[in-house]
Design a protein. Structure first.
Length: 322
């Protein structure tokens, strides 16, 4: 159906034509222009790939859980009503996508996983909400508030993450790979519940946020809201990264993997001992169990204090100067 251009005009039809349809895949229809059926009450998964002329398909899909869109026009992501049921969104190779529109993101209140691949024109995820006159503070808090997993891969022009990304209060896993223009993160640190962070092949990354090394993030007396909960930190092939921020890594950290960061001068100063930096008298116990160091050519020694006694596995490979 490579020459298929038009759907039947179902937009004016009152009857539900596909009341039981649960999955719909449209692929390699490069001339398809007309919209999809306007009401698919049982649809849970929609995949649209290599349909560059297709008009925005998201209208009334009350049970949609997963939406995959690839090699389509950016207009596909401009519309949509009632998408609060959507839990997973995969975007790949979308032409003209510079950022996700606020209007579209506000519809995705139930979104749990967002994956963006090979969007070569993407410069940022979305606008900094605090700088927008049209976005109220309570709307910003709801923006992506249920997002748990964020993956960004092969976005050559991505320069930054939004300053308001602390509003991603449920984010637990973040992976950024092959984003050569990303230089830094917002200095305030990572979202409060982030547990897994993977950075790979980000050639321009020069620094990590100071906030990631701090236990206290604000003046709140509720310690549970101030802890950095990072458990897994993996950094590989980031040649512009020179040093870690000053201070101690989170005491919740269980795995640290550093690979092929040839200009990184040293390991974190506080990783070999576990002095408490909380506001109470309770000493935090170091949780580091796995330490992997690969092809770290500039490493000449470990910070003072010795290795943590909690280590279960230690791997050191191709560290010529150590």
């Amino acid at each position: 159906m490579l020459e298929w251009e038009h759907w039947e005009d179902w937009s004016s039809s009152i009857a539900t034509l596909f009341p039981c349809l649960r999955q719909l895949t449209i692929q390699n229809c490069r001339n398809l222009i007309r919209k999809l059926p306007t009401y698919l009450p049982s649809l849970t998964k929609l995949s649209v790939h290599r349909c560059p002329k297709l008009e925005p398909p998201l209208l009334r899909l009350p049970l949609l859980k997963e939406f995959q869109v690839g090699e389509c026009n950016e207009a596909v992501l401009r519309s949509g009503i009632g998408l609060t049921s959507l839990t997973e969104l995969r975007i790949s190779g979308v032409l003209g996508l510079i950022k996700l529109q606020q209007r579209f993101m506000q519809l995705l209140r139930g979104l749990q996983a967002l994956k963006i691949w090979k969007c070569e024109e993407l410069t940022c995820l979305w606008e900094d909400g605090f700088e927008s006159e049209n976005l109220h503070r309570h709307q910003l808090v709801s923006l992506g508030c249920n997002l748990q997993f964020l993956e960004i891969i092969n976005c050559d022009k991505l320069e930054r993450l939004p300053n308001g990304w602390q509003s991603l209060t449920c984010l637990e896993k973040l992976k950024i790979q092959d984003c050569p223009k990303l230089v830094s993160f917002p200095e305030i640190g990572f979202p409060p519940k982030l547990k897994h962070l993977t950075l790979e092949k980000c050639e321009g990354l020069k620094r990590l946020p100071d906030g990631m090394m701090l236990k206290m993030r604000n003046n709140s007396s509720n310690d549970s809201n101030n802890l950095c909960l990072l458990q897994h930190l993996s950094i590989s092939q980031c040649p512009s990264l020179i040093c870690f921020p000053k201070g101690q890594l989170p005491t919740t950290l269980k795995l640290l993997n550093i690979s092929s960061c040839e200009n990184l001068k040293s390991l974190p100063e506080g990783m070999m001992h576990c002095n408490s930096i909380t506001t109470n008298d309770t000493t935090d116990m170091c949780a580091l169990e796995y330490l992997f160091i690969w092809a770290y050519t500039s490493l000449i020694g470990f910070p003072k204090g010795g290795l943590p006694t909690t280590l279960k596995e230690l791997r050191i490979w191709n560290c010529e100067r150590l």
